[in-house]
Design a protein around this ligand. Structure first.
Ligand SMILES: [Zn+2]
Ligand SMILES: [Zn+2]
Length: 228
């Protein structure tokens, strides 16, 4: 069963507010105030960093590694990237002035608001299904199960190497980089069927390939060095 959602429009702030959107994702006909991320209420108190990562990775393009004129904007709503060059120029973002590689990278991160919100909820379910995850509160569990599927504790694996993923990896960081990353089976798509978590090193190894292309590449190498 799929739950109906409120989807009432909520106020949007910031530079791109006229071309952005924000909706309530509580169940249809709910009591009390509207909320965009109702299923993250508990995690935001117990694990604010994990919560912010889920929200950021679900909804924002990746940041430019350094600040410069042609490096592109740092973290922008993915759905804003669906707008044309002409529209974006009205909001002070001149896509034509950016390097083609930067433009391609920004454009391939584009996704609808609804897809991004599905991704956030799916990532939350996956985080709660890690073997050592904090217990999922009953109302959040009911909510996530009615949007997706029954929760199976300990079932979340790295989407690349398929080893179980430990929740503790969210907190382990080396040189400021978490050991766990949001990953895509196809890096050029961003929707709930395509996202998951991966070890940082697995995500880096996968690079721009789909996981299937990555496995093909690895097995080719193993064949050539006669290890299979
Ligand atoms: Zn609402
Ligand atoms: Zn892995």
């Amino acid at each position: 069963m799929t739950m109906g959602l409120c989807k009432k429009n909520l106020p949007v702030r910031g530079k791109y507010k006229d071309i952005s959107e924000k909706k309530c994702y509580r169940e249809d006909g709910h009591e009390g105030e509207c909320k965009e991320f109702p299923y993250l209420s508990d995690l935001s108190v117990s694990h604010p960093r994990v919560t912010n990562k889920i929200k950021r990775d679900a909804t924002k393009t990746t940041g430019a590694a350094w600040k410069s004129e042609d490096a592109g904007p740092n973290r922008i709503d993915r759905w804003v990237m669906l707008q044309s060059d002409d529209v974006l120029k009205n909001y002070g973002l001149d896509m034509v002035a950016l390097k083609p590689g930067v433009v391609a990278k920004l454009r391939e991160k584009a996704a609808t608001y609804d897809d991004c919100m599905d991704v956030a909820a799916r990532l939350t379910l996956l985080a709660y299904q890690m073997p050592d995850a904090p217990p999922c509160p009953a109302d959040t569990r009911t909510y996530l199960e009615s949007r997706f599927s029954p929760m199976v504790e300990g079932s979340t694996t790295c989407i690349v190497c398929k080893e179980p993923l430990s929740f503790s990896l969210f907190e382990n960081a080396q040189r400021g980089k978490a050991e766990i990353e949001t990953a895509h089976s196809n890096p050029r798509e961003h929707n709930q069927n395509n996202v998951g978590f991966a070890h940082r090193e697995c995500n880096i190894a996968q690079g721009n390939k789909t996981v299937e292309e990555f496995y093909g590449w690895i097995s080719g190498i193993l064949d050539r060095i006669d290890r299979t």
